[in-house]
Design a protein around this ligand. Sequence first.
Ligand code: SAM
Length: 271
Amino acid sequence: MTTATVRSTASGEIDLTRPSCARLYDYYLGGSHNFAIDREYGRRAVAQWPRLPAMVRANRDFLRRAVRFAVRNGIRQFLDIGSGIPTAGNVHEIARRADPGARVVYVDIDPVAVAHSRAMLAGCSGVTVLQADLRDAQAILRASEVQRVIDFSRPVALLMLGVLHQVSDVDDPSGLVEEYHDALSPDSLAVISHGANDIEPDHADEHQRLYAGFGTPLWFREHSQVLDLFAGFELLEPGVVPLPEWRPDSAEVDQSERCRMSVYGGIGRKN
Ligand code: SAM
């Protein structure tokens, strides 16, 4: 262990010489589970793209709407992949407001996200966390944590928010979603949000360069590529749209902000 790393309470070591996506996201949300290096890069990212915190909040709002939508559609099981550092309005909290028996598995690759999730979930039955790489879909689907909590013979909401743009074309994000799709029963839902490179392309390029510079590349994609992620699912109305346009709770969303939110979201159903 060098002076630039600390031992995580989850597993492995945390590199303090470069920011992590999970901790940066926590910084944009105003959370406290981030380090000086994250805040330094976070400030640079927001200076470059001042709308970033609003986009991240829009992503959390979409997550809340999606979980409530799933619950209204009878779903009581959630597989949240790339779940991030816990923050206000976690999936099990939203789902369990409707049904205290709702079951959730959180999956993340980041040791800080996993450690904080474990701490939050201590003593909470029917909800668990798994540290894993979503690119090994079969390992996740077969993991004992997942098998114990999720009954794949019943509908599941597969949540992949803000994570597939961390998967390169070489790792084939559509093929990965298909692997998860194949494990789901009919009436399951896929909820996906994904950074866009065709809404504010200059900002998106600059943001990707910043992240690539510290070794965590992002692959923002255009609308048609995000649509492709839903192959095999029936895409529900209103389709793949900038996040605030996905069935907003309030009709009062600022129209000018809506169209400049560089994150697409959608929900598909397995028939
Ligand atoms: N899903 C949450 C949300 O929408 O609020 C958090 C999104 S955050 C932008 C993306 C998360 O994906 C981070 O916590 C990161 O650690 C995780 N992640 C990135 N690549 C991953 C991978 N290959 N497998 C699992 N998790 C991954």
